[in-house]
Design a protein around this ligand. Structure first.
Ligand code: LP5
Ligand code: MN
Length: 269
């Protein structure tokens, strides 16, 4: 097992600066199922390579990533995704950030795809100014059971023990956890699974910015609020599921000098 998981990246890091359009998308949850979502993502990568100066993917790109040795004998769907990322990253810088399902993405994946790793959270400087970028799960502090689980699985010692297990055993645990998570989510109150206002404001204040972008909650939209008399914005990225016949969805944010704008995958197709 080479490389260290993304969650091991240093907490302090310089802001990332970009000139030109920056595109952001998260929560594609790519895996062996979901061919339409994968196709849409691959088409999106091509469009980004043509239309964006940089592409940022802050987490849950994969439905579950149990270690970079997934790449030792990649399934066909994963080969396609790796090739797509590689093609895009040969033309524009592409960044992968850790989500709650793929925080074990590491250096080997970055190398195989030609991508860079995003710190969590990270300040980005764009033509429209600064934003704090995060997957978003860290702000869901009312979901106490999830935060306890998160603290456990983000512990480097715990990760080392997990990664020492055979790949097939880790994949089986991930499948169980996905099922457990879906059951837990149908039981939990909807409002505890959204971000907590104090957590959001604390993060903005700590990083000295007034705008943030995150995914995870699957509640796309823009919230405007005031903090200490200053106007703040929170932009939420949509999740993708083009295989859900009843509600096919997906999209991204593009930031240019006019600010962020939503693009709906169905409308842009
Ligand atoms: O992901 P999503 O949207 O369904 O829900 C999340 C929270 N759930 C999770 C779990 C992931 O979905 C499962 C990821 C598997 C791949 C990672 C593999 C690598 C690490 C393996 C770790 C063992 O993140 C969900 C939130 C929801 O977002 C909204 O914010 O509510 O939280 C939960 O469901 C967590 C439960 O509340 C608590 C679960 C306790 C389980 C303890 C079992 C420990 C088993 C350890 C095995 C070695
Ligand atoms: Mn998530």
């Amino acid at each position: 097992m080479s490389g260290s998981p993304l969650s091991g990246t240093p907490a302090s890091h310089p802001a990332l600066s970009f000139a030109g359009p920056v595109w952001l998308a998260s929560d594609m949850h790519l895996g062996p199922d979901g061919p339409a979502t994968r196709e849409a993502f691959l088409a999106f990568l091509q469009a980004a390579a043509e239309g964006a100066a940089a592409l940022l993917l802050p987490g849950d790109i994969f439905d579950a990533w149990v270690g970079d040795d997934e790449l030792d004998a990649p399934a066909p769907w994963l080969q396609e995704v790796v090739a797509g990322l590689r093609a895009a990253s040969s033309r524009i810088p592409v960044y992968l950030g850790p989500g709650n399902r793929d925080f074990l993405m590491g250096d080997q994946l970055a190398e195989a795809t030609g991508t860079h790793r995003l710190a969590e959270p990270v300040t980005i400087r764009t033509d429209a100014g600064e934003f704090l970028l995060s997957h978003g799960d860290a702000f869901c502090t009312d979901d106490v059971e999830y935060q306890q689980f998160r603290a456990m699985v983000r512990n480097p010692q715990w990760q080392a023990q997990f990664l020492a297990q055979p790949l097939a055993a880790r994949q089986a645990i991930a499948r169980q956890l996905r099922e457990r998570s879906m059951a837990e989510k149908s039981r939990k109150a909807a409002d505890i699974m959204d971000v907590n206002r104090q957590a959001v404001e604390g993060a903005l204040a700590a990083h000295g910015v007034t705008r943030m972008i995150h995914g995870h909650t699957h509640r796309p939209g823009r919230e405007v609020f005031e903090m200490d008399g200053r106007r703040c914005e929170r932009w939420v990225l949509p999740d993708w599921d083009l295989d859900d016949a009843a509600d096919p969805r997906g999209g991204w944010l593009a930031i240019d000098r006019d600010g962020p704008a939503y693009h709906d995958i169905a409308l842009d197709a």
